[in-house]
Ligand binder design. Sequence first.
Ligand SMILES: Cc1ncc(COP(=O)(O)O)c(C=O)c1O
Length: 438
Amino acid sequence: MSVVSTPATLKHAAGMIDDAEARRIRNDFPILSQQVNGSPLVYLDSGATSQNPLCVLEAEQEYYEQRNAAVHRGAHMLAVSATDAFENARETVAGFINAGMDEVVWTSNATEAINLIAYAFSNASVGRGGDAAARFVVGPGDELVVTEMEHHANLIPWQELAFRTGATLRYIPVDDAGALRLDEAEHIIGPRTKVVAFTHASNVLGTINPVATLVRLAREAGAAVVLDACQSVPHMGVDVKALDVDFAAFSGHKMLGPTGIGVLYGRAELLNAMPPFLTGGSMITTVTMEKAEYLPSPQRFEAGTQRISQAVALAAAVDYLRETGMDRIHAWEAELGQRLVAGLEAIDGVRVLGPAAGAERIGLAAFDVDGVHAHDVGQFLDDKGIAVRVGHHCAQPLHRRLGLVATTRASTYLYNTTDDVDAFLDAVAGVRPFFGVN
Ligand SMILES: Cc1ncc(COP(=O)(O)O)c(C=O)c1O
């Protein structure tokens, strides 16, 4: 029944990705063939949002042309077909991270996924969910632990949970190089800790955090582990069972999928004990005028009509990533990331945040150009067709800690080539001369 095309690149899933293959991959992404300001587009903003291969666009279109209907409640053929597509998509995404089907909850993005967990904790704290939810109750004397490098999406929901419940928010600081102070973490995570929430890979520093160490500390304290996997799941193989985290959150639009869909992974035992966040249709078994009984996970967290076409398209993105090979993608981006950092470090007046060249990092680099505001850097690069992100990248506390207000960030993905990186480095080398800064 599928009319979705098979990308040519997927026939090359052996050996390392190289420039030739990255160029073939790039051809699968219609948006990347355009000119911007008279130059070929160099897209280095995938850390913010990635682009979609044709097969993803086609999957969404095919869904609307062939299957569109409300899922889980219709008795007609289209409703069955839509439900199959929706649940098959869940199975695909669950398999991608080694989760069970009842452990993958659709949300609109990672931000909503993290809010879902935080609100489930506060609902439990006001008595919702009964005895089963007792382990999610937090209040005065309890502590929620995050890190100083968190994206606001994995900081503010915990601040708000602390405000609502009287719990205390604590954070693991970063050192001057941007690495987590694990010596401090040993003291911060303790018997009062109820949640340890941290990012797998930093969207600013590029560091990959020591998940095993933090999980061990959380386990010893009896705390729940929440992993922000926004910058890891799209770029490397992530096995939630091997990582032994309780919850993980990521967004479809950062992994070749559409906007409007995100994923909350949770251990089934926890999800089935947690009170829901959003309530309404489709998540109940029985309703009276006084109260309602809820379905098990994942339906208990999927109130209302769902983002069906987005789930279907995300599954097509996952198939594309899988067939290309997550290890190969990770290795290629690591190579591009090292080229980025080494090249930036060689430019006078440029300070790169995070690990130095040679040290492990994901394929992105945020940097400061001495004497030139990040917005001017971004504008200068855009004039040459180079798309980067400027600002605080939703990590104001981290920027403040490093003595900066805003930085410029270049982030790569499987469709970038060394030519993209070199064009970007040449342009950055021209920034200070252009603005007359010595
Ligand atoms: C590390 C990290 N966490 C969370 C988010 C939030 O993702 P979204 O805006 O898709 O919810 C982002 C997005 O930039 C991110 O990079």
